[in-house]
Design a protein around this ligand. Structure first.
Ligand code: SF4
Ligand code: SF4
Length: 373
């Protein structure tokens, strides 16, 4: 595998995209839609959000114009890559009553082959966390596996973290860790950005060969290193995962949950934007004659009142109890379950919470309350 760092220009990125498309990949990446950066199909670098950045804060997100031609000069938006590997709606099976009796069939769907362009370090780690949920243990998920086995990941190392980011605390960035096929760093030294690229797999190395790339000069490598160091120092927030886990375990009965419950709308935004959340529900959809039905899996959330409907009533009735469940699983019990945190510090749940609830501040408040008592 090629591990050297090479220098690419924008035309090389277009060449990589066409090579991926020729190999049968659907190339998906960041695009501007409805005043946000979301992930959708892209054909070439012309579809990327050139010269667009964003400003994020608690419950706020705005696009801004940059004064350069950066293609990847934004922080993560409201969508996570999970929508490609674990779609919001998935047909599980069909059942039909006919002259031969009840016929159950598995969906005959073509499995898309995605090349994900612009995956950040925190997002790559989130995919690896979902891998553990969907692929490990006695009940792995074939729908996820089929998609996951054929993706191509082009990661983009982050050099400008946002105000709600804390990936450094969660050891998930700013540079992408292992698991990518190709990783690039966008360098904005000149009017036309250039890219330092590394292959992380044989597929990535093979693809790079088509660009006939030149070696990256040492001066650019030094600058890249300085950018990563600066990015790590510019995180908008921080969290100590061990302290958070301890505070949550000892603060189960804290009065703080009542306080959060008075602010939380139970809207589920935080779970839907979170790249690691994976809860779902199952819906049966029958035809009017009652002779056939489809079973669909749909994203659900631990903030939905009926998510824990048991023996006719929900177990977690108050918003505070539901918030406690979410944050405790994410930052404490996930650790016990998977030996790692369920949070990668992407900050989406902070940005997209309509009332600005920030899990790092909630941990601080819980800690402060426990110190006082
Ligand atoms: S809990 Fe919030 S910060 Fe952590 S991974 Fe999920 S959305 Fe990102
Ligand atoms: S914490 Fe915020 S985003 Fe999450 S359910 Fe409550 S109000 Fe909605």
């Amino acid at each position: 595998m090629q591990t050297e760092v090479v220098l690419l220009q924008r035309l090389h990125l277009d060449l990589l995209l066409s090579q991926l498309q020729a190999a049968g990949y659907q190339t998906v990446g960041p695009v501007v839609r409805d005043q946000a950066i979301v992930y959708d199909r892209i054909q070439s670098t012309a579809d990327l959000p050139m010269g667009i950045g964003d400003i994020q804060g608690k419950g706020s997100y705005r696009l801004r114009s940059r004064d350069d031609a950066a293609l990847f000069g934004y922080v993560v938006g409201p969508q996570a890559w999970k929508k490609y590997l674990y779609p919001p709606r998935q047909l599980l099976m069909r059942a039909e009553q006919n002259s031969r009796g009840l016929q159950i069939t598995a969906p005959d769907q073509e499995v898309p082959k995605y090349a994900m362009i612009g995956v950040r370090g925190c997002e790559l780690k989130a995919i690896q966390i979902q891998d553990r949920v969907f692929l490990e243990g006695p009940y792995s998920d074939d729908f996820y596996r089929e998609r996951r086995e054929q993706i191509f990941i082009l990661a983009v190392n982050c050099t400008e973290p946002g105000n709600t980011c804390f990936c450094v605390s969660m050891e998930a960035g700013p540079a992408a860790g292992p698991g990518y096929d190709l990783a690039i760093t966008e360098m904005l030294e000149t009017a036309e950005p250039c890219y330092l690229a590394r292959a992380g797999s044989a597929k990535g190395a093979e693809l790079l060969k088509h660009c006939n790339p030149s070696h990256a000069p040492a001066t650019l490598l030094e600058k890249e290193n300085a950018l990563w160091t600066a990015a790590a120092a510019q995180m908008g927030r921080s969290l100590n995962p061990e302290q958070a886990s301890a505070a949550l375990k000892s603060g189960y009965e804290s009065t703080h949950w009542k306080d959060v419950g008075e602010r939380c709308l139970s809207c589920s935004n935080c779970t839907l934007v979170c790249p690691t959340c994976f809860c779902s529900g199952v819906q049966e959809v029958t035809d009017l004659a009652g002779t056939s039905s489809e079973r669909w899996r749909e994203w659900d959330s631990c903030f939905s009142l009926n998510f824990t409907l048991t023996a006719g009533r929900p177990i977690r009735q108050s918003p505070g109890a539901r918030y406690r469940q979410w944050i405790s699983h994410k930052l404490a019990f996930w650790q016990d379950q998977f030996d790692q945190s369920g949070c990668v510090g992407c900050g989406r749940c902070i940005t997209w919470c309509p009332v600005g609830i920030d899990l790092t501040s909630e941990i601080e408040a819980l800690n402060a309350l426990q110190t006082k008592t």
